[in-house]
Design a protein around this ligand. Structure first.
Ligand code: NAD
Length: 365
């Protein structure tokens, strides 16, 4: 198979982890006889420094014309500490999602058994958790009208959803639930928010087309509690942009670390694959970032954008085998981890590649 992949390393540890994701793609091409052509572009702080624009138009055109995008993360302390700066890295990310029509963000939360002890949640509560989040990505407060008034003493962000935006992601969530345990939990705040009341009404309507799938509604505050209390009670979780952002960070603790969670953003055009974490200024340049979320994002790309299920499975299996060897990055190590088995970013990537070679050689045999 011949595919054009654009790599957007972005800022901070985005660059460090994406380099490992790319290594895995190169190895897949070699093992399974595919041709992946790579192109690389700047986004976020780097792009602002170079061009004054966090996502220049020529990069956007490039993105529209490739087969899949592997993205790292954007963000820089300069902007986090100065909210008055008008040109900001996250504008590049939001523009990319909107312009590419990436309205559905899929975040699988699956715990590798080897990491049961790495989470701050008790193993007996976690074991067997397997949740697929559908976070809406191009609506909500992120894109609603925002501003200041009353001499800068009042600020507002409009939480807004249109019916078609809820419908299209609800269909995707119900379709996915059909291939899993056939349950959708729709999360909103319909007791307070009008946009949530529309959300609930539309999801209830769409559910009628999927009588084989159970639908339950939960308020976001209750869902936040139940995710930690009984994560196994969730199958597919369908929610808006803001609630999804917060709940999936919380759910990262089910998987052991932010460094383990991959995501796929899909919609009208090309698919974009990225870890859920940010640019992590606190560990940038130290070489200790966990690359597994980026590597697992590659598995999602192979599966969802290219339909290469066997190749995707080979990547996931290689990650699993690496963890079975007791190898860890610092964020997923626990008190029992042998210090010699704590690897830096590159070495963790190398170990996954090594395991992929084993999977590949078994196939040839
Ligand atoms: P973050 O996700 O970057 O980091 C949160 C915590 O998790 C940090 O302690 C970090 O060290 C740790 N962590 C994250 N990824 C890790 C990995 N792969 N391995 C090991 N540890 C990891 O969130 P933050 O600190 O709130 O934000 C930092 C910057 O990232 C900000 O500028 C923010 O705007 C940006 N951000 C970008 C995205 C994105 O690009 N999609 C998402 C969230 C935050």
């Amino acid at each position: 198979m011949k595919k054009k992949i654009t790599i957007l390393p972005g800022d901070g540890i985005g660059k460090e982890v994406t380099a490992e994701g790319k290594k895995v793609l190169i190895k897949i091409a070699e093992l399974f006889d595919h041709q992946f052509e790579f192109d690389e572009a700047a986004i976020g702080h780097d792009a602002i420094e170079a061009t004054g624009n966090p996502l220049p138009d020529e990069i956007l055109t490039k993105l529209k014309n490739c087969d899949a995008i592997l993205f790292g993360a954007i963000g820089h302390p300069k902007y986090d500490n100065d909210p008055t700066l008008k040109v900001r890295p996250e504008q590049g990310l939001l523009k990319m999602r909107k312009e590419l029509g990436l309205y559905a963000n899929l975040r699988p939360i699956k715990l590798f058994d080897e990491l049961l002890e790495a989470s701050s949640i008790k193993p007996e509560i976690l074991k067997g958790s397997d949740i697929l989040f559908f976070r809406e990505l191009t609506g909500d407060v992120y894109f609603g009208e925002k501003g200041r008034k009353d001499d800068n003493n009042t600020a507002y962000d409009l939480m807004i959803y249109q019916k078609y935006e809820v419908e299209r992601i609800a269909h995707k969530a119900f379709q996915a639930a059909r291939t899993r345990r056939k349950k959708v939990t729709s999360v909103d705040k319909a007791n307070v928010l009008e946009s949530s009341r529309l959300w609930r009404q539309v999801v209830t309507e769409i559910a009628k087309a999927y009588p084989d799938v159970e639908l339950e509604h939960q308020f976001v505050d209750s869902a936040a509690m139940k995710l930690i209390q009984n994560p196994r009670s969730f199958d597919v979780v369908l929610t808006g942009n803001l609630f999804g952002d917060i709940l999936t960070d919380e759910a990262s603790q089910i998987a052991g670390s932010m460094g383990m969670l991959a995501s796929a953003s899909v919609g009208d055009t090309v698919g974009l694959y990225e870890p859920i974490h940010g640019s992590a200024h606190d560990i940038t340049g130290k070489g200790i970032a966990n690359p597994l979320a980026s590597i697992l994002s590659v598995a999602l790309m192979l599966d969802i954008s290219f339909g290469l299920k066997e190749e995707a499975e080979a990547v996931i299996k290689a990650v699993e085998e690496t963890l079975k060897q007791g190898l860890r990055t610092a964020d997923i190590a626990d008190a029992n981890t042998n210090k010699e088995k704590i690897l830096n970013t590159q070495k963790m990537g190398d170990q996954v590649i090594k395991q992929m070679e084993k999977v590949g050689s078994r196939q040839v045999a």
